[in-house]
Design a binder for this molecule. Structure first.
Ligand SMILES: NC(=O)C1=CN([C@@H]2O[C@H](COP(=O)(O)OP(=O)(O)OC[C@H]3O[C@@H](n4cnc5c(N)ncnc54)[C@H](O)[C@@H]3O)[C@@H](O)[C@H]2O)C=CC1
Ligand SMILES: [Mg+2]
Length: 309
């Protein structure tokens, strides 16, 4: 895990703000309605405090200057109580509170569609707060038909170069890898399929298609349940069932597709257990939650001799 470093400019911002939280302000400072009271937060297990502005009805109608005084008093209180960090959750319609928070040293941690989250490190030394999401996940499906030795391939419409690749796309929040592969294959080609295993993982940093973040591109092995192609005209230029050997040899493809085609050829010949990272669902330490674990299976002979299940 990477820790968020407090930017140097933040120190300057703190100084400009007169030392956030270091200058006491009367609770009844002008501009703060009596009923605005103190900005109360919830404690987390690391010793930080979280404030959801949406839950503070008294803030409605408060101007930016009054909010700043309220926040400054709260920061001073949190510092004196030894809190390590402050998290400020700001609904998009209260974005006018972001600038005063930034003037006190708060920085963006992340933003989702209707709210942003800002943080201020209050502990000793550099910030130890974890960053937000670092990767986007794309998943493709290699739908392989054992009986004809053909595999489903597409050419993307919106790419700079027209090369053969497996149909696929970006994972949605909370979506399993296998479900993304099956969904994307169906959306792009009209072919129905079932998840069998994970075959490869590609990690690439500073990906322009991931807004400069890192990109994980995973290829799954899928079993076809239908064969009629009805490809998406917006996303694909071409789509066909291609002989696997031809895909493994063609130059008109990406290095990843080419390698996975060769892997599939080997699996078809020697058994897919030689190439599959199969999936097992297990209970998480977080009660009620489950996770999916992908790994190579232990050989039958090894399991028999060691008694490992
Ligand atoms: N090595 C390979 O063979 C390739 C790997 N990939 C990986 O696949 C994943 C993404 O797959 P895709 O098929 O590209 O995603 P996708 O299938 O989820 O969506 C692509 C579609 O999103 C729309 N779109 C994307 N950006 C847009 C924008 N800025 N404005 C308007 N519309 C936009 C376009 O309609 C585009 O066709 C990534 O992980 C990427 O790294 C993608 C292409 C080739
Ligand atoms: Mg796609």
């Amino acid at each position: 895990m990477r820790w968020l470093r407090r930017p140097v400019c933040l120190q300057a911002a703190l100084l400009r703000a007169g030392g956030a939280g270091l200058r006491a302000e009367p609770r009844t400072a002008s501009g703060i309605p009596q009923d605005a009271g103190e900005l109360q937060g919830e404690l987390d297990r690391f010793g930080g405090v979280s404030v959801h502005l949406a839950r503070h009805r008294a803030l409605h109608g408060l101007d930016a200057a009054a909010f700043r005084r309220l926040l400054e008093a709260a920061v001073q209180r949190w510092r004196s109580e030894g809190r390590v960090a402050a998290w400020l959750h700001v609904p998009i319609l209260q974005s006018h509170f972001i600038a005063p928070a930034a003037a006190l040293g708060f920085c963006f941690h992340h933003a989702e569609s209707h709210s942003s989250t800002l943080t201020l490190w209050l502990g000793e030394g550099p910030s130890r707060l974890p960053g937000y999401a670092t990767h986007q996940v794309g998943v493709a499906g290699a739908v392989f038909d054992d009986s004809t030795r053909k595999v489903l391939v597409v050419q993307d419409r919106n790419k700079l170069k027209n090369v053969w690749k497996f149909p696929g796309g970006l994972s949605e929040p909370g979506e399993d890898i296998g479900d993304t592969a099956v969904r994307e294959v169906f959306e792009e080609t009209g072919v129905k399929s079932e998840f069998r295993s994970l075959l490869s993982i590609r990690q690439q940093h500073r990906n322009p298609g991931a807004f400069g973040k890192s990109d994980m591109y995973l290829i799954c092995r899928l079993h076809p349940c239908s064969f009629t192609i009805n490809f998406c005209q917006q996303e694909c230029l071409k789509c066909e069932w291609m002989d696997l050997e031809k895909l493994a040899r063609t130059e008109n493809t990406t290095p990843i597709t080419s390698r996975v085609a060769r892997l599939l050829l080997y699996g078809h010949r020697e058994g897919f257990d030689k190439i599959d990272l199969s999936m097992e669902e297990l209970p998480s330490v977080y009660t009620g939650l489950f996770y999916k674990l992908y790994h190579r299976g232990l050989p039958e002979s090894y399991r028999a001799t060691t008694g490992v299940d």
